[in-house]
Every structure is written in C-alpha cells, then in structure tokens.
Design a protein around this ligand. Structure first.
Ligand code: C2E
Ligand code: MG
Ligand code: MG
Length: 562
C-alpha cells in the first residue's frame, strides 16, 4: 500500500474520531485508519500488550499481520485486501494474535468503512476484543473492577507516582440481602459506587473490588483529606438510603495506605490495604485505619519488609525456617510432642517473628503455598524425632486463609501420604480468627480430616470473642489455653478460677487441655492440680532448631523435666 505522509489536519481529524470511539469502546481495543494515507491510531493498551511499534502507525494492517497465527493469516490478509480495495465495507473475524511471550490470544475484530461525501472510502475503524484478557469493568456498577484496580496500581508503581489508596466496604450486606432481597442489595452497591465516584474520585479512580468492597486510588488527596472524605461518606450513609421504599442505614468500614515508596509489588500493597480494612472492620467499628505498624510507625519499611518476605515464597522459601517448642506431659514431664513455629530471616531485617508478618500476608494468594511448605517441612522434621519418641505428636499452626481453600483437605492428605506420616501423629492448630470463615465449610474440613485420624487443637483459647462458640461447633481434640490467662496465676486468684472454668468447659466437649506459657516451677506446680494434660513454655524450653531439639531428646525425653 502506498505511503504518503499524513497532513496535520488529517491527523487531527483522526485523533478526534479516535477519542470519540474510545469513549464508547469500554472494554475493547480501538483502531482507526485514515485510508488515504494508510495511517492509523491504535489503543495504547493494545500497543503495549502486543509490543507494537507505536500508537500511530503507517501500514498498521501489515504490522499486525506479523502477529497473526500462520494458520489464520491468509483469511486475515484477504479480509484486509477486500476492505482496502473497496470490495467490502466491513469485516468481522476471529484470529489468534501472538503476544510478546509467544502465547496466542484469541481476538475478535470488527470493523467498518466510513466513506466521504463522494463515496470514497475514508476511514476504516473498529474494535478488537481480546478474549484472553479479563474484563476490567464491573457489570453491576459500571466501575472498573479488581483487574482494573491492579492494572492501574501497577501503572502507578511503575511510574513511581505517589498515591493514596482507600478501601471502603458496606457492613452486613449479607443481612441486607436476606432482609430486603438481592435486588435491594444490588441497588445499594450501585448507589454506594456512584457516590464514591462523584465525591471522591474526581481526583482518582473508583473500583468495585469483591462483594461489598470498593477501592479508590487518588493522586492528590493527602491523608487528612482522605479521612475527612470518609467521615462525610460515613455520616451520609449512616443517615440511611432509600431503596425500594425502605430506609436502610448502612455502616461502613475502611482502610487506607499511602504509597510513596515503589520498591514493592501490587500484591503486597493490596495485602497491607486489606489488613487495614480488616482491622477497621473487626477491631475499630468501622473507623478509618491507616496502614502502618504500631511498633515503629514506619509503614514504608514494613511494606518493604513484607515485600521481601513475600518474594521469599517465590524463591524456594529462602529465609523461612521452623523452630520447635517441646510439649511435655503434665504428670510425667516427658516430651510427648512439639509445636512447629515459623520464622523468617534475612540480612537486612534480621529474624522476624511470625506475629510481625503472618497477619499481613495470610490473605495473599501465595500464602497457601507457604502453608504447604510449613506442613511438609514439619512432617519431615518430625520423622527425625519419631526415632526417639515414637508416639510424638507434631503440632502445626494454620491460618484461616489456608482452611478457606477448597482443596485444603486434599493438600493435607497429599502431604501426609508423600511423607509417609501417620495422621494420628499430626495435630493442626487453629485460632479463633477462623470464625471469619463459613462454619459449615470449616466443620466439613475438620470432620473429614479427623475421620482420617488427624487431630485438631483450638489455639489461644479464651483470647477471642467466641472461643466457646468455636469449640461448641467444631470437634477439637485439644484446647490450648493462652499464656495470658496463667501469667499471674501464682498470685492471682481470678486466674485460678478461670483456669478451673476452662478445664471444665474442655471436659464438657471431651477435649484435652494444654497450657501454654509455663515459665516457672511455681506456675507448673499450681497449674498441675487442674487436671491439665500437657504443658508448653519457656520453663521447659524455648522454641529450638530441629537439630538442637534432637540433641536434647537424645539424652532422654525427660531431660526437659526440671
Ligand atoms: P502460638 O501458636 O500460640 O505459639 C505460641 C507462641 O508463644 C510462640 O510464639 C512461642 O514462642 C511463645 N511462647 C511459648 N512459650 C512461651 C513462654 O513461656 N513465654 C512466652 N512469653 N512466650 C512463649 P511465636 O513463635 O512468636 O509465635 C507466635 C504466633 O504466631 C503463634 O502463636 C501462632 O499463632 C503464629 N504462628 C507461628 N508459626 C506459625 C505457622 O507456621 N503458621 C501460622 N499460621 N501461624 C504461626
Ligand atoms: Mg500454636
Ligand atoms: Mg497459642
């Protein structure tokens, strides 16, 4: 096709046409070609995704043809020739187009020819939909969705643009759906999304995330403005919205995070934002929580550290290791078990205890992989201990996010089988945070695994709001009483009475009791009288590397008795 340099005026017209097409194109790529000059403008996203030379191209059809699968190329070529020779006034075809990584995406291309007043073809314009690319639009609210959010966030990180990100959600949407119907729930989501868009995101973007949660990315607001906007919105929705003739008051939750350090990935940022949101929802009655660590106030450092920890998961778990704290029989003080406790270490941050990172990364999609590594490492190490303590039980802690995965029970079985481990010698510890999960689902997982012999313990019993509810609904073999309930037992009568109550409750449900945090002989002597089954604590041993624990056990399982 002949090449003529496009005039300034023709280019301006092309741009105008392109802008108006782009507005209505929504989720597809757009192209427009000035046929007289064979000069085209293509969507930036398409240009980036397929690494085309530029948004503006002469003979774009030929350039694109290079990307088309050899088997589809002839049909494409003939189609284009028919358009440019005037034989056809449009086309509608599907072909495979090659991405820079060598994979092919299926694309549907629809185009039409616009003629000038003399009937001469002037523009060829149309859209290309890439079927392998997920839609970035939420159909209910019309806002950009989670994919759009991540794509924009990646852009800001790449360009090092400082931003503030907020996540706001409507509390109790499930109940609203149940009481007023799904339709009302949907209308509320639309209203809320619309409100956010009108009031906040004229200085950024608004996104519908999952369920009742929305996100905002702003390049101009500062933290104080952000907090102010949130309080306004909160007050507005507390007054109630009118939907289907009902006045429905809404409670909101929100978290936020400022990003001015770019040595992070989008998923780490999302995990931190999620953490702030959960904190608002669970602990702060919906007050806006800004992500930062309470200990150092250095959110930037914290985010970087979490980024490094997350990266370790993808680098063969480099930096993660397990320590083991022995569990002793309360009557004989012989070692009968050990609890695996996770640590992470690197040169920059030193040894990081699990409380500093697990709560932040447990919602990360990579976390279950780490969970599998913990389980298989613990079983491998436990086998070394079994040579000396044949009936030892190894305790492994779980996060609620692991249990949530539909293949969790299968994964555990698979690991047990791979390691040829007796399931009766594995005890999985779960904490009260599991109440965030669907109880039926959780019960099914526990019942399935217990049927095969795996034991379950309720960890940190008494520290949450619904510990009793949890053990009433779920079958546990052991209840582990948190050390905060026995710390002062030597002088505090109330702690003695509480311990008595706890052991009675455990008795009702037929569970053993393990007391954590035994630090002195005095504590041991008092607590022993309460019909406790086992002890764990610094008095016997701090968590140890497996080799050290082995050495100690080799000199006799009672060498921890003092
Ligand atoms: P946890 O499961 O209740 O573990 C007991 C914690 O108490 C351990 O802290 C242990 O070092 C500490 N501890 C034991 N005896 C004493 C004592 O006598 N005095 C005092 N002051 N502390 C004692 P650690 O290792 O820092 O772990 C903290 C929490 O992190 C664990 O509490 C557990 O909830 C979580 N965690 C640890 N490893 C894992 C893991 O592999 N997966 C998951 N999901 N969570 C883990
Ligand atoms: Mg534990
Ligand atoms: Mg505990």
């Amino acid at each position: 096709m002949a090449e003529k340099k496009i005039t300034e005026e023709a280019k301006k017209r092309l741009d105008n046409l392109f802008e108006s097409y782009s507005i209505i194109a929504d989720d597809t790529y757009v192209f427009i070609c000035d046929m007289k000059f064979d000069y085209s403008r293509w969507s930036k996203l398409l240009v980036q995704s397929f690494e085309l030379p530029s948004e503006y191209m002469y003979a774009a059809g030929d350039i694109w043809e290079e990307h088309i699968h050899p088997d589809d190329r002839q049909a494409y070529h003939e189609g284009m020739e028919a358009i440019f020779s005037g034989k056809q006034a449009g086309h509608d075809m599907q072909y495979r187009a090659k991405r820079p990584d060598g994979e092919y995406d299926i694309c549907t291309c629809r185009g039409t020819v616009l003629k000038d007043e003399n009937g001469i073809p002037e523009y060829f314009c149309g859209s290309i939909r890439n079927h392998n690319e997920r839609s970035q639009i939420d159909t209910l609210t019309g806002l950009r969705n989670q994919y759009g959010f991540f794509s924009d966030l990646q852009g800001y990180i790449r360009n090092k643009t400082p931003i503030r990100i907020g996540m706001a959600g409507i509390g109790k949407l499930t109940e609203i759906n149940e009481v007023y119907g799904y339709d009302a729930g949907n209308k509320i989501l639309q209203l809320f999304g619309r409100f956010l868009m009108d009031n906040v995101s004229n200085r950024g973007g608004t996104y519908r995330m999952d369920g009742s949660r929305f996100a905002i990315i702003s390049t101009v607001q500062n933290e104080a403005e952000f907090a102010e906007s949130y309080e306004d919105i909160r007050a507005r929705f507390r007054k109630g919205v009118r939907v289907d003739g009902h006045d429905i008051t809404l409670e909101l939750n929100a978290g936020m995070l400022s990003l001015d350090e770019f040595n992070v990935d989008d998923q780490t940022v999302y995990s931190c934002l999620n953490f702030a949101y959960q904190d608002s929802k669970i602990n702060k009655h919906g007050d806006l929580v800004a992500f930062r660590t309470e200990l150092t106030n250095e959110s930037r450092k914290q985010i970087e550290m979490l980024h490094a920890i997350r990266a370790s998961i993808t680098k063969d778990f480099n930096g993660f290791y397990l320590l083991y704290q022995p569990v002793v029989d309360a009557a004989t003080q012989r070692v009968i078990g050990a609890e695996a406790l996770l640590r992470w270490k690197n040169d920059e941050y030193g040894v990081v205890p699990p409380d500093m990172f697990i709560p932040f990364i447990e919602t990360d999609p990579l976390f279950p992989e780490l969970g599998e590594w913990i389980l298989s490492t613990a079983l491998k190490d436990a086998k070394k201990l079994l040579n000396y303590v044949p009936d030892l039980v190894i305790n492994v802690n779980l996060s609620y996010a692991q249990l949530e995965k539909s293949d969790f029970a299968d994964t555990v079985w698979h690991t047990i089988e791979k390691e040829c481990f007796d399931p009766k010698q594995l005890c999985l510890e779960i904490t009260e945070r599991c109440r965030l999960l669907d109880m039926e689902l959780l019960r099914n997982v526990i019942v399935t695994l217990r049927a095969g012999g795996v034991r379950f313990a309720s960890d940190d019993f008494g520290t949450g709001f619904s510990s009793i509810g949890l053990i009433k609904n779920l079958p546990f073999d052991t209840i582990k009483i948190d050390r905060s309930f026995v710390q002062h037992i030597e002088e505090d009568e109330k702690e003695k009475r509480l311990l008595n109550n706890f052991t009675e409750i455990a008795g009702i449900f037929g569970a053993d009791v393990c007391v954590e945090g035994i630090e002195t002989a005095g504590m041991r002597d008092i607590i022993r009288d309460y019909g406790i089954h086992s002890f764990q604590g610094y008095f016997y041993s701090k968590p140890l590397p497996i080799e050290e624990l082995l050495d100690k056990i080799k000199c006799g399982t009672d060498c921890f008795a003092k």
